[in-house]
Design a protein around this ligand. Structure first.
Ligand code: PEP
Ligand code: MG
Length: 878
């Protein structure tokens, strides 16, 4: 058997090998074949990473040999020798997963330096400052990433030196300073680790590759993956690339570029760079970079070559590119390219314009927008009137759009803690780093003092759709004392500020927000999504207002109206409580009489908003603990309303206590015990439908849905009540109204016996919240408290209440679809659990042949796009 290949030279790969070489490795290979100036190297595959974990976190000896052999090839290609004292080859070691995870894993630059090779580099380049600057960076990165000595320690040593010398910037340290710094760094390392800093380039290399593999599993990478649906099984590749140097002096530099504006999508190259710097300086945002137009003035030839390559790459990849480049002694190199992260606004504009320019088909364009990003478009903006009266206290770069207000926090931990306590927070930092990810997720907005539009904060916030203002030098942050100053005014932790990520403005206090307008590119793009998809998208809405909102966002009907939610309002909840605690049928009927007109009015409002769109009305399913009065005050009020004593009512409430209310007397079980509830609800639905049909002429066919059935006889029992009452009302009113009766599949037994259930049900709607709860056997209310241990211990990668468990719960759905269709070939099938708005779950629903998904109003556009993408990936339309 031929040995598996784990290491590829750039010249051996291409863009289609992304799964094996990671995005970075595949694109470096592709750029090599395109003839773009790329420093050469090789990529250790994602399969090698997976094997590393399978082998108990060890790189197998055959892979190590392959790495050595590719290194020998690289020596031939470059004419340099790794570790040699004549012409030493230095390399970078960088991670690159299949999906880009900016800043989540580790990078090591200038590898191959030691006390001897640094001297050779100093002589060869005639630039000792450069050589020692590279060496101190290497020590710092290697110690941090590979050996776990925090880089903060080295930064402190360097800050001390700058302070002693009375200078501000790293660039003001000369060769001698840096040489001394290297000695101090190594001394610190030795003290900390109890061993000399490793000087053998070969072991530096293998240790670094190991560290990148290890970083695939670091906590921030795990958090990022969970947020972005990236499975741990993908692994990361590692690219080893010949170093080129942007820190060689004034004709060297490094930068990042986007082929279009990543914030707005505007056509035109968008790039920033720093002279005499290495890549990390630009991304870390320690110095604020220059706009690329400056390069036009300083190095016109390099500038035009740069512009030509950027255009070539965009045309080649047919997408907006995010690139890293370095200029070494006036020669330009591209270090990587990838499809750039962008705001939702930019994504839509770019996708539409690429179609209009003939570069993409509409189907291809669908894949250029991440469905999850769309809901960022639907987030609120500031109220114009309030904004007029608000004073701008500072201004930074508009790094990621949206409006945010919240209490100021200065650390990721504080932001997370306050968020968990239910407060809205804004994270204010000098600059962010990947360790801040959890705090960034918890924040409404992120404000940084340093950094450009491509800083970590900006890139990550844009990806998350979180408002971000970066590079806001107007504020003086004191992270230790947890405050910032603007002029004489101090803002402390816990003070409210507001910020606008589209203008870069920061305001004192709280500004009211309003719903956004959607139009233009959004409409065009979503129109195409609707043309393409076959899966319909409905919404979960319980009020006329939510219904109107969802229709505006493109909902094609209601997939779930939770009728018990119609009683959440303070002035209504008493009615439903009275019904729940009623001692006998007569008292219950009194309570139901009060509920009937409210419910009928709501249904009328909903039918009117829907015009002729279909609506599935789910009969009452109140988990008792959500509806029973909890404290004595509530019990007192209700007792007065009902004309009974406090003690009597309290005893009833206690008698209704359930140990596990989610598995208790809810759903159809209530209607089985108390048929009068189903009678009242049928009356409300049917009378409302006849009313609107008569007045508006809409062709309404109510879909009455019986929840939580596990046995067909339960369904039949309730259905018989519905049919009896409905037919009676229709006859009385002389109407020709048609209606349907169906059920939810949310108990595993219902899925297992779906062929039986379908004898009575005209439609199924998968209630995957309960189906997940009952299939896993853990409570949807409590699981979050221990699921975090499961993520940590890698028992689960994702929350099964957010992302459908296709293996287990999915198997039940598939089975129920097949069994249901066997009995009733034209049975209507949908999903109304939270998963209906989750892109990967929507794709699953498409693939198993459901007719529609239903989700909350704000996620309707997400589901529309996810459904279009599913159609492109697996066409169902003939
Ligand atoms: C479900 O269980 O998936 C569902 C939609 O019903 P509810 O969330 O109201 O229990
Ligand atoms: Mg349910």
């Amino acid at each position: 058997m031929e040995n598996k290949k784990y290491v590829y030279l750039f010249s051996e790969g291409n863009a289609s090998m992304k799964n094996l070489l990671g995005g970075k490795g595949a694109n470096l290979a592709e750029m090599t074949t395109l003839g773009i100036p790329v420093p050469q190297g090789f990529t250790v595959t994602t399969e090698a990473c997976n094997k590393y974990y399978e082998d108990g976190q060890l790189i197998a000896s055959e892979i190590v040999s392959e790495i050595h052999s590719k290194m020998a090839d690289l020596e031939k290609i470059t004419g340099k020798k790794f570790g040699s004292l004549e012409n030493p080859l230095l390399v970078s070691v960088r991670s690159g997963a299949r999906a880009s995870m900016p800043g989540m894993m580790d990078t090591i630059l200038n590898l191959g330096l030691n006390d001897e090779t640094v001297e050779v580099m100093a002589k060869l380049t005639n630039n000792p400052r450069f050589a020692y600057d590279s060496y101190r960076r290497f020590i710092q990165m290697f110690a941090d990433v590979v050996m776990g000595v925090e880089k903060r320690n080295f930064e402190n040593i360097m800050d001390n030196m700058k302070e002693a010398k009375g200078v501000k910037f790293d660039t003001e340290l000369d060769a001698n300073d840096l040489k001394k710094l290297v000695v101090q760094f190594k001394e610190f390392y030795k003290e900390d680790k109890g061993a000399e800093f490793p000087s053998d380039p070969t072991s530096q290399l293998i240790e670094s590759i190991t560290a990148v593999f290890r970083s695939w599993d670091n906590p921030r990478a795990n958090v990022y993956r969970r947020l972005n649906d990236i499975p741990g099984s993908w692994g990361t590749a590692v690219s080893v690339q010949e170093m080129v140097f942007g820190n060689k002096g004034d004709t060297s530099g490094t930068g990042v570029a986007f082929s279009r504006n990543p914030s707005t999508g505007e056509k035109g190259i968008y790039a920033e760079y720093l002279m005499n710097a290495q890549g990390e300086d630009v991304v870390a945002g320690i110095r604020t970079p220059q706009d690329i137009s400056q390069l036009h003035k300083d190095m016109p030839k390099v500038y035009s070559e740069f512009m030509a390559i950027v255009n070539t790459l965009e045309t080649h990849y047919k997408d907006m590119q995010d690139m890293e480049f370095t200029i070494e002694d006036g020669k330009l190199y591209f270090l990587q390219t990838r499809n750039g992260k962008r705001t939702a606004q930019a994504a839509l504009k770019i996708a539409v314009e690429l179609v209009e320019d003939g570069m993409l088909t509409k189907e291809q364009a669908m894949m250029k927008v991440d469905p999850k990003q769309l809901d960022t478009l639907l987030h609120p903006n500031f109220d114009i009137e309030e904004l007029k009266n608000s004073k701008v206290i500072a201004k930074g770069l508009p790094a990621s759009p949206g409006a945010a207000c919240g209490k100021v926090c200065f650390t990721a931990e504080d932001a997370k803690a306050r968020h968990e306590a239910g407060e809205k927070v804004v994270l204010v930092r000098l600059e962010t780093s990947p360790e801040d990810i959890e705090g960034m997720i918890a924040s409404e907005g992120i404000l940084t003092v340093r950094g450009g539009m491509t800083s970590h904060a900006a890139v990550v916030a844009r990806g998350m759709g979180t408002c971000c203002v970066a590079g806001c030098g107007d504020i003086k942050v004191n992270e230790k004392e947890k405050n910032f100053k603007i002029g004489e005014i101090t803002y402390n932790e816990g003070d409210f500020i507001s910020m606008d990520g589209s203008t870069g403005n920061v305001y004192a206090g709280l500004i009211k927000t309003v719903e956004p307008e959607i139009s233009g590119y959004f409409e065009t793009f979503m129109g195409w999504a609707d043309e393409i998809r076959s899966l319909k998208v409905r919404t979960n809405a319980d009020t006329p207002k939510d219904t109107a909102q969802a229709v505006k966002y493109g909902a094609e009907g209601i997939g779930l109206c939770r009728t018990e939610h119609m009683f959440f309002d303070a002035d209504r909840i008493m009615g439903i409580r009275e019904m729940i605690v009623a001692k006998d049928e007569a008292k219950r009927r009194v309570a139901l009489e009060k509920l009937l007109p409210m419910q009928r009015e709501d249904f009328i409002g909903i039918y009117e908003e829907l015009a002729q769109r279909p609506a599935t009305i789910r009969f009452l399913d109140p988990p008792l603990h959500e509806f029973l009065p909890h404290d004595d005050q509530d019990i007192k009020e209700l007792a007065i309303d009902m004309g009974i004593t406090f003690e009597e009512l309290k005893a009833t409430v206690e008698s209704l206590h359930e140990f596990n209310p989610m598995m208790g007397h809810r759903g159809c079980r209530l209607a089985v015990s108390y048929p009068e509830i189903a009678e009242m609800q049928t009356r409300a639905v049917i009378e409302a439908a006849i009313d609107v049909k008569t007045r508006k002429g809409y062709n309404i066919v109510p879909e009455i849905m019986i929840p939580l059935i596990g046995e067909v006889k339960e369904l039949k029992y309730v259905k018989d009540i519905v049919v009896r009452i409905a037919d009676q009302i229709i006859a009385e009113k002389g109407s020709d109204l048609k209606y349907m009766v169906g059920t939810m599949i949310e108990i595993p037994r219902a899925a297992l016996t779906a062929d039986e259930v379908a004898k009575e049900a005209e439609f199924f709607s998968f209630g995957t919240n309960d189906l997940t709860q009952m299939t896993f056997g853990f409570s949807r209310d409590d699981a979050a408290t221990f699921l975090k241990d499961y993520y940590e211990k890698k028992v689960y990668e994702f929350d099964p209440f957010q992302k459908l468990d296709q293996v287990g719960v999915g198997k039940l759905i598939k089975m129920a679809v097949e069994l249901g269709r066997k009995t009733r070939p034209n049975i209507k099938l949908g999903i109304c659990g939270e998963h209906g708005g989750d892109p990967s779950s929507v794709e699953f629903c498409h693939n198993v042949g459901l007719d529609y998904v239903s989700c909350s109003p704000f996620r309707v556009p997400v589901a529309r796009l996810a459904a279009a993408q599913a159609e492109v990936n697996n066409p169902r339309k003939k």
